[in-house]
Design a protein around this ligand. Sequence first.
Ligand code: TXA
Ligand code: MG
Length: 355
Amino acid sequence: MTMILKTDPQRPDPEVLRTAAEILRGGGIVAFPTETVYGLAAVVFNEAAVKKIFFAKMRPPDNPLIVHISDISMLDEVAVNVPKKAYNLMETFWPGPLTLILPKHHNVPKTVTGGLDTVAVRMPAHPVAMMLINEVGVPIAAPSANLAGRPSPTTAAHVIRDLYGRIDAIIDAGETIYGVESTVVNILAEPPLLLRPGAYTVEDLERVLGEKITIPEFARGYIEAEDALAPGMKYKHYSPETPIILIDPSSGDVKKMVDVVRDTALSYINEGYRVCIVATFENVDEYSSISRNAVVLGLGSRKNAFEIAKNLFKILRSIDDLNCDIAIIEGVQEKGLGLTVMNRLRKASKTIIKA
Ligand code: TXA
Ligand code: MG
C-alpha cells in the first residue's frame, strides 16, 4: 500500500523524484526528508489531497500546515504583501529551517491554513526536498510526518512506524540533519513574535533582523500559557506513551538537578516502578549507583546543544521500546538551541519538577 522509495540524500535518484512527484500531482500524499524532520507532502492547491494529510496524521483541522517552496519565485503564489523584514530574513536563512507567517494568497485553500488568513512558508535546504518540489513544479503543504501528538520523525523508520498503510509513499534518504523542526516566526507582529523555537536560534535571527524577537511563554513549551496567537501550539506534542518527568534546571545548578533526578528515580524504584533516565553524557555516571534498577540513556553532551537536539526525538521514541513505567529526563540550559530542546521536552512531559 505504501511505496518505499530509497535514495541517497545528497544525490537524489531522479527516478525516485519522478515517481514521488507523479503521485503528488495525481493527488496523493508522500513522506519526504527535509533538513529538520520528515514531512508529509500534498500539492498546496489540491484541497482533497491536503485533507488526506489531516486524515492520515489524525491532525485536528484547526492546526495549520507549513507551505514549502523550492524557489523564491514560488513565494508570490502563496503569500501577498510580504514585508521587507521578511525578505531580509529569507536572504540570509533560506533555504533553511526558518518558517515565516505571511498574509495568505487567496489561491491557498483555508484547509491548509486551518481557516486563517495567514500562511506559514519555508524553503527547505535538503536536496531531496528541494528537488522534489522542483519536480512537482508547485508549492507543497507539509506538516511533520508523524501521527498527531507523537515525536516528529527523523528517519524513514519513524515514518513507517506511524504512517505505513495510511499514505501513498515514503522517500527514505536516511537520518535528517537537525532533528528538530524549523523555527516559526510571526514576522507580521510588531516586534516579531516567536511561535515555535526550532533549528535556527532566536539569537541568530535577531542579529540579522537588528531587533528583538518576543518570546512568549507558550514558545518555551508551557502548554497552560497557550492562547489563540499560535494555533496548533495548544495541543500536546512529541509524547512517547511512557509518562515523562522533566527535571528543569531553572536555577542553573546542574549538580542540584542531578540530585533531584536521582532522588526522583529512587522514589519510583522504591515503589516498584521500572525507571528509565535520560541524561546528558557528562552525568550518565552519576546514576550508575541506581542503574541496576534503571535504564540510563545518553542524550548528548551538555556542551553540544546541536547533538542533543539531533538525538532528542530518536531518544523520545526509543523510550517506548524499553518497557519502563516512567522516564525521568534531564533538562538543559534555555539559550540557543537549548530553548528549542526545552520547548519539546516540556510539551512531551507529564510532570515538570524545577531544580
Ligand atoms: O521543520 C519543519 O517545520 C517541518 C518540516 C516538515 O518542514 N514541518 C513541521 O510542520 O514541523 P508541523 O505542521 O508539524 O508544524 C507547523 C507549525 C505548527 O505548530 C502550526 O501551528 C504552525 O506551524 N503554523 C502553521 N501555519 C501557521 C499560521 N498561519 N499561523 C501560526 N502558526 C502556524
Ligand atoms: Mg508536527
